[in-house]
Design a protein around this ligand. Structure first.
Ligand code: HEM
Length: 445
């Protein structure tokens, strides 16, 4: 029976408002303000594992998802219901419609064609180039050490990881690209730290010379073992079609950006943390000193350096370069018993969940040992490479490259921080150290 007060008006009762998770007292656009990380941490402390932050620029709320079961649902079991949302808008201008930014069938097709580049057995084929790039860097560091001059770690790691990813993509043709343009055409990637419109324009203007290289290689019809060669040889499983020039270009640009900045940031945090934790540093040295140094390590040789890898994993837990993953719901969904409406922006933060006090004992301490007898990945509390079908396609490459680098450097030197003081973080697209990290190279032997 219709209640009396509705009978005169003829209107139907509106459905009861759905209960919403708590709204944080602070309001800001996550990732758009320089202090986003500190504010996000403060909100999580007050508001629990599922809450909303009002985003003034959009006039809507961003949901923050910090419960392992919800994280699993968003990234893995119901991942098809989540697109990348605002994160995608931020980087699309730089990366075009490559694997990082595309969605749906386009993404699935690109992912299937790119994934084989990063299988363990394929990654170790880059051993020589990673050793060679590392040798060149060690040579320079030897000179700095001999002169007693500190090195600027972020500059060094940025140049090293860029060098490695460019050689992995273009092989020897990197030299041809340099001759063609009269310089290293990719130098702007390390020389220019801003990731703004001007950078995007200058970066995309490299398309022309890369297009020329693709045309040159097509004319040769010789298959090359580098990433570009593999991308050109890849075929769509269903149609047998190769990638178009546009697709090749977007993927090359994506691999350059995704493969270089994150890895460099992670290495900076590794060296910083080791410089602050002598016991961990000694244990690392003991592991490395127990085996002779070799070039051309197989993938499993790097995994056998258990403590070295644990140091890197722990650094990634405390300071995940990809500190925030953005998503947007396609249809409504249910998270922790709350209905999240269609079209809602949400974030999952590898930083927040990686330091969650309910899931990690002494969460803010640097304790690589915690990774020695435990693999927390299946619990959805350790996600520096994300998780599920859109997890980092380059994870194996990154772990291999970082392990080789850390092992070879730590055999030779201790890195001592010149300017002491707490680490200040800049949380933009990637998490980086705000201050210069100048370090002295102290010979170990
Ligand atoms: C320490 C190093 C690295 C970290 C911490 C890292 C982290 C991540 C994260 C968190 C994502 C997921 C982003 C999201 O879902 O919103 C991602 C995706 C991706 N990463 Fe990495 N990454 C690293 C190194 C690399 C390297 C070396 C490469 C390639 C050479 C690479 C290529 C990619 C690509 C292509 C994607 C997009 C995958 C897709 O959407 O299917 N990454 N990475």
């Amino acid at each position: 029976m219709t209640p009396d007060h509705l009978q005169h008006t003829g209107t139907r009762p509106s459905p009861p408002a759905l209960p919403l998770p708590p709204l944080a007292r602070d309001e800001f656009d996550v990732g758009e303000t320089p202090d986003s990380l500190e504010r996000l941490v403060a909100c999580a402390r007050e508001s629990g594992d599922l809450f909303r932050i009002h985003a003034p620029s959009r006039g809507s709320d961003t949901w923050v998802v910090n419960d392992p079961a919800d994280i699993k649902r968003v990234l893995v079991t119901n991942h098809r219901n989540y697109t990348k949302g605002i994160g995608l808008d931020r980087v699309a201008i730089l990366l075009g419609n490559g694997i990082m930014t595309s969605e749906g069938d386009t993404w699935r097709r690109q992912r299937r064609m790119i994934q084989p580049l990063f299988h363990r057995g394929v990654v170790e084929r880059h051993a020589k180039l990673i050793d060679d790039c590392t040798d060149a860097r060690l040579e320079r560091w030897r000179d700095s050490a001999a002169r007693g001059e500190p090195i600027d770690v972020p500059t060094e790691t940025s140049e090293l990881t860029l060098d490695i990813v460019l050689r992995a993509i273009f092989g020897d043709d990197l030299d041809w690209l340099g001759e063609r343009t009269g310089a290293n055409p990719f130098a702007i990637v390390t020389a220019e730290p801003e990731r703004n419109l001007l950078f995007a324009y200058r970066f995309r203007s490299l398309s022309r010379v890369i297009g020329e290289l693709v045309a040159r290689r097509r004319a040769e019809s010789e298959e090359r073992p580098d990433f570009l060669g593999m991308l050109m040889a890849a075929r769509d499983r269903d149609t047998g079609a190769p990638m178009s020039d546009r697709e090749l270009l977007d993927e090359v640009m994506t691999l350059i950006v995704a493969g270089h900045e994150t890895t460099a940031a992670a290495l900076n945090f590794v060296w910083y943390l080791l410089s602050q934790h002598p016991a961990a540093e000694s244990r690392l040295h003991a592991e490395l000193d127990a085996v002779p140094e070799r070039r051309g390590l197989a993938y499993e040789d790097t995994e056998a350096l258990r403590y070295t890898q644990a140091v890197i994993q722990e650094a990634l837990r405390l300071y995940p370069p990809g500190w925030v993953l953005t998503r947007r719901t396609v249809e409504s969904d249910v998270l922790s018993g709350y209905t999240i409406p269609a079209g809602t922006d949400l974030i999952v933060s590898p930083y927040l969940i990686g330091r969650h006090p309910a899931h990690w004992p002494a969460p803010d301490w640097f304790r690589p040992e915690r990774f020695l007898d435990d693999d927390p990945r299946g619990r959805w509390i350790y996600i520096p490479f994300a998780a599920g079908p859109r997890h980092c396609v380059g994870e194996n490459f990154a772990m291999y490259e970082m392990t080789v680098h850390v092992a070879r450097v730590a055999r030779r030197w201790r890195l001592e921080l010149v300017d002491d003081g707490p680490l200040q973080l800049e949380a933009a697209i990637n998490l980086r150290s705000r201050q210069a990290l100048r370090m002295n190279l102290l010979p170990r032997h």
